[in-house]
Unconditional design. Structure first.
Length: 73
């Protein structure tokens, strides 16, 4: 499966290509904040199981696994 690029990663790439310097610490902090938001959205909104009407929510580890599979570590 091809990994996706997050919006923050895209923006950082474009700024670096344009020669706009961003401190590495800020880049890493922005990526981590976005990762946490994606994992939280997965926790809050993704459902699994045979009976979706009962609202089987995925657990935190599954949300983290979703992020890693979609966007990489």
């Amino acid at each position: 499966m091809e990994q996706k690029q997050t919006a923050v990663e895209w923006l950082i790439e474009k700024q670096l290509d344009a020669g706009i310097g961003i401190p590495k610490e800020w880049r890493e902090q922005a990526k981590e904040m976005e990762r946490q938001q994606i994992v939280k959205a997965a926790q809050d909104n993704f459902y699994v199981g045979q009976d979706l009407a009962k609202g089987y929510k995925i657990d935190w580890n599954s949300a983290e696994q979703y992020y890693n599979e979609e966007y990489g570590k």
